[in-house]
Design a protein around this ligand. Structure first.
Ligand code: NAP
Ligand code: MG
Length: 531
């Protein structure tokens, strides 16, 4: 296949290259003020191009400052899901006939809208889910990339219609990929714009319609995405937004008779339950699920330790480890483990912890109280079975607002078999383990149910080749100081998991993503004798 040029949106990078980082911070700061001025409003559901209120509401607060209310949101119910699915099913009858040009035009108009509102959207992500400035902007950039890339892919593949010619005289064949109907889109809190936008755009640009359920922690940014689609001219009912809980909205959506397929990103537990439910109900459509990770990094004897330390620190502690791609276990050659650990501890202690919107913040607050409880629990376990080298406690700083601030935590002496080294925690928490050689590192790295991301630090070509050949992982990064396992770009680094980390083996932001939302039809026409 010919190389397809990259067109990634790299807002912060671009400012850095143009020496306009000050402007970046100025625009972002102004946007935070504007967004703050609008917080606290009430947000109904969005069904069939109309606001629909609910009897009950839930409120969302800033994870970095509990005194700041993000908004009040309609608590969807199974009845609201019914209504939204019905709207989506009606809208499908028209939308499925929209041409490639009509569909891409809407999504490109949405890109223009998202670009115009870029700083406002990044500020919203920071305040609502606690992601720092540059990472919140990267979330917005990734969303734009998904819309752009899927538009280009739809065009490049001619809407997935192939003329397969005349196998025998008089018979003319075409092969087309056709949409299923209504998709349920169930999104996580941690990339509340990028993942939600990517998972909505995939099925919808392929001709399906959707009912979208955002994570309960991040409904405001979901509203802003759906607003952008509406502004862009997406017909009523094609994308409907139902906020509310996993049990009152997510579950009935998955179970609904008229929901033909589901696209989900989130925990393994919920993803598996969704897949099981879907199959038990006898549904045949796709369940495209991206699940968790327990992402291993190997540091070999001749690794460049400076790269390895910064790569592991950023992989483990950026967004406080709340990424499915976060680095969570590190297998270090026994000759260098002491130095590596000491340097990592020093690096972790140098990272500025603070509110997401503050310019200097690297480690931002975690999303909610249950994350804080999980942190306290695993840090207690780590102290009991291993050694907590740094962190292990909540931040107690009178200068910080009342929020969920945790210390980056580095732990050693935990057996590889222990749950701390095997289960996903989704927190700023990493375990370090000694290995005798690359072979042992590979065995331990692969001894996991998960297979999402993995990193290697080695300066030996043969080791790199061996690792790339044998590591069981969807995404593989060698010697990446910027982050050992996180930070994939759409198209360049398609994102998905092997083993229990995903259900399809096809990756978001990759060339095989869109065909998952359509089914094949082969059409044969016997050519008439006469026109
Ligand atoms: P989560 O708890 O699994 O929730 C994901 C979504 O599912 C939320 O919208 C949630 O709603 C909903 N949900 C909960 N129970 C449900 C049910 N019974 N039926 C239908 N929907 C239900 O995940 P999260 O805490 O938001 O995100 C963290 C997880 O996502 C981690 O495991 C992480 O590894 C994974 N993740 C994976 C990728 C990837 O690409 N592989 C990317 C990002 C995140 P509520 O919010 O209302 O509970
Ligand atoms: Mg959750």
């Amino acid at each position: 296949m010919d190389a397809v040029p990259y067109e990634n949106e790299l807002t912060f990078e671009t400012h850095r290259e143009n020496d306009t980082v000050d402007e970046f911070h100025q625009y972002y700061g102004e946007a935070v003020e504007r967004v703050r001025g609008e917080l606290g409003a009430s947000h109904p559901l969005w069904i069939d191009g109309e606001s629909v209120d609910a009897d009950d509401h839930f409120s969302v607060t800033n994870p970095g400052d509990h005194d700041e209310t993000i908004g009040e949101f309609a608590a969807g119910t199974p009845a609201a899901v019914d209504r939204a699915v019905e709207a989506a099913a009606d809208a499908f009858q028209q939308w499925r006939t929209a041409s490639v040009a009509e569909r891409t035009e809407v999504f490109r108009a949405a890109v223009a809208e998202l670009r115009t509102r870029k700083f406002e959207l990044a500020a919203t992500v920071s305040l609502e889910n606690g992601k720092n400035r540059t990472e919140a902007m990267a979330d917005v950039d990734e969303a734009i990339d998904f819309l752009q890339f899927y538009s280009r892919e739809l065009e490049r593949n001619d809407g997935y219609e192939f003329d397969t010619g005349e196998p025998t005289p008089g018979q003319h064949c075409t092969n087309v990929l056709r949409p299923y109907g209504v998709f349920g889109v169930v999104a996580p809190f941690n990339f509340p714009l990028a993942i939600l936008a990517g998972m909505t755009t995939g099925p919808v640009i392929a001709g399906n319609t959707a009912v979208v359920k955002p994570a309960s922690a991040t409904p405001l940014i979901a509203h802003k995405f759906v607003e952008a689609l509406t502004e862009a001219g997406l017909p009523d009912g094609v994308v409907n937004l139902v906020t509310g809980s996993g049990s009152a909205v997510g579950q009935p959506l998955v179970e609904h008779d008229d929901v033909a397929g589901v696209v989900f990103t989130g925990s393994r537990e919920v993803g598996r339950a969704i897949e099981r439910t879907f199959r038990e109900l006898g549904k045949r459509g796709p369940v495209v699920a991206e699940l968790g990770g327990k992402n291993p990094v190997i540091v070999t004897a001749d690794a460049d330790l400076e790269k390895a330390v910064s790569g592991v620190a950023m992989g483990a502690f950026s967004f406080s480890g709340q990424k499915c791609s976060a680095t969570s276990r590190v297998y270090v050659h026994e000759d260098v483990i002491e130095q590596f650990t000491a340097d990592l501890v020093a690096y972790a202690e140098s990272l500025t912890i603070g509110p997401a919107e503050a310019a200097e913040t690297v480690v931002s607050p975690v999303v909610d109280g249950s994350a804080v409880e999980r942190y306290t629990d695993i840090c207690e376990q780590a102290a009991a079975v291993g050694t907590v080298r740094t962190g292990g406690e909540l931040v107690d700083d009178p200068d910080l607002p009342d929020g969920h601030y945790l210390r980056p935590t580095v732990v050693t002496d935990v057996p590889h078999e222990h749950a701390l080294a095997r289960e996903e925690h989704f927190l700023p928490f990493v375990t370090i383990h000694p290995v005798a050689d690359l072979e042992e590192g590979l065995e331990r790295a692969n001894d996991s149910d998960y297979g999402l991301c993995a990193g290697l630090f080695s300066e030996t070509e043969a080791e790199i080749e061996t690792w790339l050949d044998r590591i069981e992982s969807g995404m593989c990064y060698v010697n990446r100081a910027q982050s050992a396992t996180t930070g994939a770009l759409v198209q360049a680094q398609p994102f998905g998991g092997w083993k229990a980390s995903g259900t399809t083996g096809k990756f978001a932001g990759g060339y095989w993503y869109l065909p998952q939302f359509v089914r094949e039809q082969s059409r044969t026409r016997v050519t008439p004798a006469r026109e």
